[in-house]
Design a protein around this ligand. Structure first.
Ligand SMILES: [Zn+2]
Length: 312
């Protein structure tokens, strides 16, 4: 029986959804705005309308369930709790609302966990039982898979690598604490480092000092053109990430660490330093055993596939 599922990725600005088959083919997909709805209820109404159009197209009777990836979404409770990047405050019973709107079973998890499940089901981690997925976007998200299962922890919040303290007493993080990994190793983090360096050192020799609005993409571009400071920025970012990953390897002994998201597009410019500093800090028994890989799933599809994989 050719069952289908609906995968939904709810982001801070946009929501993407698609109908996915067993092999990981997205049969049809749509996007909508997450913002601009007065309440979460009007958002769910709009989402249900979009979903019904897709399901009608693919065959409503084939629909086996719905998987949703969203920031701060909890697999166990079915709730989104205090998501700083979403327009709704407090605790939202997301799974229940979508179940009532679509009359299908609904499973939810946070976006990084969904990406890890997507990689395991359809992507680079296919067949792997022990790996860490690291998403390097605005923040740093992670999903830890051990013994073939995603680690949820006792209440569903396991695997917050972005808020492991990488630098004691370091930068202030959005979570209110200091020195979290994501304040250094993320698209936002590398830009923060660049701006700090410009303020402290001037860096007139760098292409970056002439830019009014440095982005991770402009740092990448400068590094590709051989800009010494841009290369040093990748080295510094890779050092902090690599050192922290060396610690993580000691906990779950993964076969691979898979990178996903905006900053990972820098490829070897970032992965090279990460590998160097991770290896230099690994316990001997782990050395030269952990593969560092980039996700092969197209960005636009990965989030939908991850959410869909959850539904199976
Ligand atoms: Zn933090």
């Amino acid at each position: 029986m050719d069952k289908l599922v609906l995968g939904i990725d709810i982001g801070g600005t946009g929501t993407a959804m698609g109908i996915v088959d067993r092999r990981g083919t997205i049969v049809v997909q749509r996007t909508m705005s997450t913002t601009g709805h007065d309440t979460v209820y009007s958002f769910i109404d709009a989402l249900a309308k979009e979903a019904e159009i897709l399901m009608k197209h693919a065959g409503r009777e084939k629909m086996g369930g719905v998987g949703i990836g969203a920031p701060n979404a909890n697999f166990f409770t079915g709730e989104i709790a205090y998501a700083p990047n979403l327009p709704w405050e407090g605790v939202i019973p997301l799974a229940k609302l979508v179940r009532e709107a679509l009359h299908l079973e609904v499973a939810i998890t946070n976006d990084a966990n969904a990406a890890a499940i997507g990689e395991m089901t359809y992507g680079t981690a296919k067949g792997m039982k022990d790996f860490i997925l690291v998403t390097l976007g605005t923040g740093l998200g992670s999903g830890f898979v051990a013994n073939g299962q995603l680690i949820y922890g006792h209440d569903g919040f396991a695997g917050e690598l972005g808020h492991v303290i990488a630098v004691r007493g370091g930068r202030k993080c959005g979570c209110g604490r200091y020195g979290c990994l994501e304040t250094y190793a993320s698209a936002t983090g590398i830009v923060r480092t660049a701006n700090e360096w410009i303020e402290e050192r001037g860096m007139v020799e760098s292409l970056l000092s002439k830019q009014n609005n440095i982005t991770s993409a402009s740092i990448f571009e400068a590094a590709q053109n051989g800009d010494g400071v841009a290369l040093e920025l990748f080295d510094y970012t890779g050092k902090i990430l690599g050192e922290t990953l060396a610690d993580m390897v000691a906990i779950t002994s993964p076969q691979a660490i898979i990178f996903f998201g905006g900053l990972s597009k820098a490829g070897e410019l970032l992965i090279g330093p990460v590998r160097k500093y991770m290896e230099a800090n690994l316990l001997k028994i782990y050395k030269n055993k952990v593969a560092l890989l980039c996700s092969a799933l197209p960005d636009a599809d990965a989030a939908i596939l991850g959410a869909a994989a959850l539904a199976w």
